[in-house]
Design a protein around this ligand. Structure first.
Ligand SMILES: C[S@@+](CC[C@H](N)C(=O)[O-])C[C@H]1O[C@@H](n2cnc3c(N)ncnc32)[C@H](O)[C@@H]1O
Length: 362
């Protein structure tokens, strides 16, 4: 896949072609007409990372075309990135270039922005960070008015905090989300809000209790919780579970129990497998689960999780990989039909498409 070119004139046609492919790929599985949710055509990415290329006494941002992996493509701008990232990129490069301490063996720069206006950059080095780095970095952070983190092998220097606070309105609620550096967060903030609204619309009326797997920092959990009596939410990553707990409190959501468990562990617990210390005090039998919400990584659902899914009347499935989504829906064909579908264009100008399905027990 070559590096994308960002031409808003081509955007609508590209999205239409992706949606057609989605329809065609799922036609045999009884896909209803999907709702199509577009992205902003530019400045839609809240995360962007670049290698730093050192040459002729200067440094430049670089990306790699997978078709020519040995050859850096030097870039001055990255129009997919959120406007605050675009604005700070040249200023950060010039300031780093002017400081030997900040520049030496700088390998990569990772930006994270929020729609609420916060911005963080992580400077990743191929050398241990010494006592001179921190004062230079503090000056840089103050000049650019951003949060800054320095990383090197086995070393992480956080100047103040390693997270941002995202805030936005959703269906009349003001939501707050801690987003931790290095942990998963949805890259396209505008499209994420459309995914949350779609998921909420699908969940209305499914009632009873919700089981959520792969909940990350509670992105969907916080949005969906008021529509259910009780929610059991699970996630593998320790830092994401920490953020999710923070977010439950920050949003005054009190009907969610959060457990750090992998999808196969929670599937095993439901199947009456071994006893899990992390499940102590949680009586699975006392829940009245009507809905399962899953948003797995690209690999989709494993066998044990598919068996667990088959027990639910409603499965809300958000997927960043239509190929594994299709395999999983095929495996559930005997018990579930597709009640509603959506395509979310998280990744404009690439072939990737995020999909949402509401699977309903036959
Ligand atoms: C696509 S992200 C979705 C996160 C969240 N729903 C959101 O919207 O931000 C997938 C999440 O699954 C978690 N994960 C990966 N493998 C897992 C596993 N085997 N069991 C449970 N969670 C897993 C990752 O840490 C990540 O947070």
């Amino acid at each position: 896949m070559p590096l994308p070119s960002f031409n808003p004139v081509e955007y609508s046609a590209q999205l239409a072609a992706k949606a057609d492919r989605f329809r065609a790929d799922f036609a045999a599985l009884g896909l209803p007409e999907p709702a199509i949710f577009d992205s902003e055509p530019l400045h839609y990415r809240l995360r962007a990372e670049f290698r730093m290329w050192h040459h002729d006494g200067r440094i430049d941002y670089a990306m790699y075309d997978p078709a020519e992996p040995g050859k850096p493509v030097l870039i001055d701008e990255f129009p997919a990135a959120a406007a605050p990232i675009c604005a700070v990129m040249p200023r950060l490069r010039d300031r780093v270039q002017a400081s030997e301490t900040l520049k030496r063996r700088l390998f990569q720069v990772e930006f994270l922005a929020t729609q609420s206006g916060e911005l963080m950059a992580s400077l990743v080095y191929h050398r241990p960070l010494d006592g001179q780095w921190e004062p230079a970095a503090r000056e840089l952070a103050a000049d650019l008015d951003i949060r800054l983190i320095g990383r090197s092998r086995g070393q992480k220097i956080v100047l103040d905090r390693d997270w941002l606070l995202e805030e936005f309105e959703l269906d009349g609620r003001h939501l707050r989300y801690q987003q931790i550096e290095g942990s998963f967060t949805q890259p396209n903030g505008g499209v994420n809000r459309k995914m949350l609204a779609w998921a909420r619309a699908q969940a209305v009326g499914t009632g009873a209790d919700l089981l959520e797997l792969y909940c990350g920092n509670g992105n969907f959990t916080i949005a969906l919780a008021p529509l259910f009596d009780r929610v059991l939410a699970t996630e593998l990553s320790k830092s994401s579970v920490g953020a999710a707990r923070y977010n439950l409190e920050a949003n005054a959501v009190d009907n969610v129990t959060m457990v750090r468990m992998s999808s196969d562990e929670i599937s095993d617990a439901f199947a009456g497998g071994r006893e899990y210390r992390r499940m102590r005090g949680i009586d699975l039998g006392a829940y009245r689960f009507g809905t399962l919400f899953v948003d797995p990584p690209r690999g989709g659902l494993d066998e044990a999780t598919l068996r667990l899914a088959g027990r639910f009347d409603n499965i809300l499935y958000i997927s960043c990989n239509p190929a594994t989504l299709r395999e999983n829906v095929e495996a559930l064909q005997d018990t579930h039909r597709i009640g509603a579908a959506a395509a979310f264009d998280q990744f404009p100008y690439t072939p990737h498409l995020e999909c949402g399905l509401h699977l309903v027990r036959r």
